[in-house]
Write a protein that binds this ligand. Structure first.
Ligand code: XMP
Length: 495
């Protein structure tokens, strides 16, 4: 019966349909633990992942996300070579050992050594003779003699006893060695030859991000997106060191994609995320067809998405997350709730219905670290943000948006032959990612405190919901005043 299609249709819910109910609690927000699984084999320290979109995540964003304890997924609207380079930038962003060491020779003059330091903007130089470190000279050594002895040789003024380290020395050991010997830089030596240099400043800078997520070698975790059938890209990203590869497609519940995911998983070492999906049946089908490491859930909730309007298809996001989580949890597969989050309370609700983490586009677009320039409109700052299914994204870059939405365009007049499922626009400029994350995590921790949950799995167990009406939501937002001082976690900017 056709009428049954309507009469028996389930209801779907999203963020604004529910509130979390305050429960008895002895949990303070400051004591809450936000560590979570982003894929089978990787934990992150905050449950936030930045979207694989060309106005959201390239290396700069991925580095900032990893420093804060989250994860960035490098978008794929670029060539394989370019994407590989972005992954490598993240992986090598914190290399302690500077490989292109600037050195001087013992036969150089003090004047020459000083010129090298000025040009290279360094404050000290290893003195190298035939590849061997024979001394070290710093600005401090040079300064008092620049007028009197500038033509004399470096050999006469260098410190001959050089403290060196091996390539295998850990940052902590290097720091101890530098402190014990009261030196600021340590040449790295292999088979008696200089192969690099480590400075204390770099080691200390690394310690400024105690929440950062790193791989076994101490490098930032990074994920990268690939097309559903792009095995070549997946393998290249894997070799470049991506920890997680995300199949990025609008509708992953397809036998052909499941088959491709299986093959991809067999050919890479990285964890494999598959998405997007929005139903328990999709989760069942994918889990039974491929040994995957995580799901990305969300069809049409995104701020720039028009899928639900253009195709009339989608599942409200809380229903989608909970339906997938019911299946995924039984198999130990983590779930990322992707899209539709506007406030920190939405992060809490997504987790409460079973998400291990959330993926955010608009919340991270408009930050200092997102790609693109700041534009000023009506006296306020904005940055571009566009859907990967928008005309601009599908016709720009490597055209990745077209296969995300299963569109093939041949010949000229590309625009006319595309059916966009996303829009292009701007979002307010928000400053650095760490400030946005601070507010998001502050809100999540407050929520967990209200719910009596000290960690993510307690949130799954303990958080309870109350269903609300439109008037309940109206009551929830500030009302009956004109906001004069915008809060950092409750933007009111309109164009
Ligand atoms: P938010 O709400 O965080 O959503 O801005 C970001 C997520 O939206 C998805 N996405 C799209 N979905 N058309 C869509 O239907 C699009 O053009 C599009 N671009 C991105 C994606 O999952 C992202 O993480």
């Amino acid at each position: 019966m056709f009428s049954d299609k309507l009469n028996k249709a389930p209801e779907g819910y999203t963020f604004d349909d529910f509130l979390l109910v305050p429960s008895i609690s002895n949990i303070e927000p400051k004591d809450v633990e936000t560590k979570t699984k982003v894929s089978r084999n990787f934990n992150i320290n905050i449950p936030v992942v930045s979207s694989a979109m060309d106005t959201v995540t390239e290396a700069e964003m991925a580095i900032a996300m990893a420093q804060e304890g989250g994860l960035g997924v490098i978008h794929r609207n670029m060539t394989i070579k370019e994407q590989v380079a972005e992954v490598k930038k993240v992986k090598h962003s914190e290399d302690l050992t500077i490989k292109d060491v600037i050195t001087t020779s013992p036969e150089n003059s003090i004047y020459e050594a000083n010129v090298i330091m000025d040009m290279e903007e360094v404050s000290g130089l290893p003195v190298v003779d035939n590849g061997r470190v024979v001394g070290i000279i710093s600005r401090r050594d040079i300064k008092p003699i620049m007028n009197s002895d500038a033509q004399k040789k470096v050999r006469e003024f260098m410190t001959e006893e050089v403290v060196t380290i091996a390539e295998s020395t850990s940052p902590e050991e290097a720091l101890d060695i530098a402190y014990e010997n009261k030196v600021e830089r340590l040449p790295v030596v292999k088979d008696d030859r200089i192969v690099g240099i480590v400075t204390i400043r770099d080691i200390l800078e690394r310690k400024m991000h105690p929440n950062a997520v790193r791989d076994e070698d101490g490098r930032f975790l990074v994920a990268a997106a690939t097309g559903p059938f792009d095995l070549e890209r997946a393998m290249a990203l894997d070799q470049a060191g991506a920890d997680i590869i995300a199949i990025d497609v609008a509708h992953a519940h397809k036998p052909s994609i499941i088959k491709s995911a299986k093959k991809m998983k067999e050919n890479i070492n990285a964890d494999l995320l598959v998405g997007n999906i929005a139903t328990g049946e999709a989760a069942e089908a994918i889990i039974s067809g491929a040994d995957i490491d995580g799901f990305k859930v969300g069809i049409g909730p995104g701020s720039i998405c028009t899928t639900r309007i253009i195709a009339g298809v989608g599942v409200p996001q809380l229903t989608a997350i909970s339906s997938v989580a019911d299946v995924a949890k039984e198999h130990g597969v983590p779930v990322i709730g992707d899209g539709g989050l506007r406030y920190s309370g939405d992060v809490a609700k997504a987790i409460a219905v079973g998400a291990d983490s959330v993926m955010v586009g608009s919340l991270m677009a408009g930050t200092t670290e997102s790609p693109g320039e700041v534009v000023i409109m009506n006296g306020r700052k904005f940055k571009q943000y566009r859907g990967m299914g928008s005309l601009g994204a599908m016709t720009g870059g490597s055209g990745a948006g077209t296969d995300r939405y299963f569109q093939e365009v041949k010949g000229p007049m590309k625009h006319a032959k595309l059916v966009p499922e996303g829009v292009e626009g701007v979002v307010p400029f928000k400053g650095p990612v760490n400030e946005v994350i601070f507010q998001l995590m502050g809100g999540l921790k407050a929520s967990m405190g209200y719910c009596g949950a000290s960690n993510i799995s307690q949130m799954w167990e303990k958080a309870k919901f109350v269903r609300i009406t439109t008037s309940g939501m109206t009551e929830s937002h500030p009302h009956d005043l004109t906001i004069t001082n915008e809060s950092p976690n409750y933007p009111t900017t309109r164009l």
